[in-house]
Structures are given as C-alpha cells and as structure tokens.
Design a binder for this molecule. Structure first.
Ligand code: UDP
Length: 238
C-alpha cells in the first residue's frame, strides 16, 4: 500500500453532501459513511482537520434574498456549519475515534473557540478536529475557511471533496464537452472562473502556496486514496 504523502491536511466537505439524496438537512447514513472515511484517513497516521459547509441547511445569500440582511443570513449559514460539525463529531466518536469541534465564535456551552494552539493540541492527541463557524465573518465561504485554516495550522494541503472527480471547464453533468483538468495553477483556476471553488479561496491558496486537491467523495475510501496519492483528482498548485 502506498504511504501517505501528507502529515497534516484540511478536508473541506460541502454541507450539501451531508443531505444525501434528500437535498436538505442531515442524512445520518451519509454522515456515518463520511465519518468512516475520515477515521480511515486518520488511521493512515495523518492529522485530519475538517471544515464543513452549511449549504444543506442555510446559505446566507439565499436567505438574504428573502428579507434578512446578508450579514444576518451569513451568520445563520455559519451556525448551520456548527450543526453539521456536531453531527459529524457525534458519528466519529460513536465509532470510537476521538473528535473535537472548535468554533470560530464564542459559544462556550457548545464548543471551544478555534485557536491554533487548541487545534495543534487536539490533532497531536490523535483527534479529528472539526472547524465550525466558517471564518466567523460574513461574505466568506467555507472553501475560503478551509484554505485559511490550513494556512493557519500549517497543513500541507486542502482536500476539497465534491460530487465530481476534479475541476472541469464546465459542469460535466450539463455539458458533455466539459474538459477535465488533471492539474491547474492557482492563477489558471482563478482566471478560468471554474465554479468548483470561489476565487477568494484560490487567491488565498496562491498567496500561501497551498495545494488544493479537488476530488469526488462519492466512492467510499476516496479520502484515503487521495492521501496515499493513488486517488483521482485535480491538483491546483503552484
Ligand atoms: N459563511 C459565512 N462566512 C464564512 C463561511 C460561511 O458567512 O466564513 C456562511 C455563508 O452564508 C455560506 C454559509 O455560511 O453560504 C454556508 O457555507 P458554504 O456556502 O460555504 O457551505 P457549502 O456550500 O460548502 O455547504
């Protein structure tokens, strides 16, 4: 079996994925399956921090079109990411692996505040660390959060788990001529305007020289395969 190529990573999961086939909310079998994949990744000896989106519950931009202000809508979205963290933390711990949710907000009854030192400590203890609450600021996304946290905690890569097996020139589900890229520079990803991740996230990754690997999480074990360098994804680097 190929040895893992990273020591510490941040894995970005979209909230939408946690909804399973329902399109909304938290689908327990999906959460359990993702928990299995994360635990398998941890067992490779890699320190695993996870950033989860909230799109399965609330996206700020959607609720703000219905009457609340964008910052309030975004705060609702950031709180949604906390719910997803707690669901995943519970699933991971139920399976016997320690996990810990850290929040971008002060909410002491629910979770400890994110700090670099707390993250280092819990990762060193072998816990899977779930980073909730996004960046703590409106107008950002959890993709940007994943890159920001990876840079802050000295991770070697961001693994962006999606429904497709990499970055395409167009949506491959709608356009049969869409071209898949094996490799892109950060600048090419920004200039191409590819929808898979927002430009702020790519720009911060370029600034901090962080590789992003975009891959499909549809197959069980796909996170482990990417970590061993045997998976199929688009590498955005350099
Ligand atoms: N969000 C935010 N600031 C952040 C991260 C997230 O305001 O730093 C809000 C924003 O409203 C976003 C929502 O949280 O729509 C859920 O995050 P995201 O859309 O990234 O989730 P995903 O699409 O990955 O499920």
């Amino acid at each position: 079996m190929a040895e893992p190529i990273y020591r510490r990573v941040v894995i970005k999961l979209s909230g939408e994925y946690l909804a399973g086939s329902h399109g909304f909310g938290i689908d327990q079998p999906t959460v359990d399956r993702i928990a299995d994949d994360l635990i398998a990744a941890r067992k490779l000896g890699i320190e695993v921090a996870v950033v989860i989106g909230g799109g399965n519950i609330v996206r700020g931009v959607e609720v703000s079109s219905r009457g609340v202000s964008r910052p309030t809508g975004d705060t609702m979205g950031m709180l949604a990411t906390m719910m997803n963290c707690l669901a995943l933390e519970a699933a991971i711990e139920r399976k016997g692996t320690p996990a810990r949710t850290l929040s971008a907000f002060v909410m002491p009854e629910i979770s400890e505040l994110f700090t670099r030192s707390a993250t280092h400590k819990y990762l060193a203890e072998g816990r899977i660390v779930l980073l909730g609450g996004g960046t703590g600021n409106p107008f950002f996304t959890t993709d940007t959060t994943a890159v920001l946290r990876a840079a802050e905690i000295g991770a070697q890569a961001v693994l962006k788990a999606t429904n497709v097996d990499g970055v395409y020139s167009a949506d491959p589900k709608k356009d049969p001529k869409a071209k898949r890229f094996d490799r892109l520079t950060h600048s090419q990803a920004i200039e191409g305007g590819y929808k898979v991740m927002d430009a702020t996230a790519f720009a911060l990754a370029r600034e901090t020289s962080l590789p992003i690997i975009v891959f499909s999480i549809a197959e069980p074990g796909s996170i482990g395969a990417i970590l061993r360098g045997t998976g199929h994804g688009t590498v955005v680097a350099g």
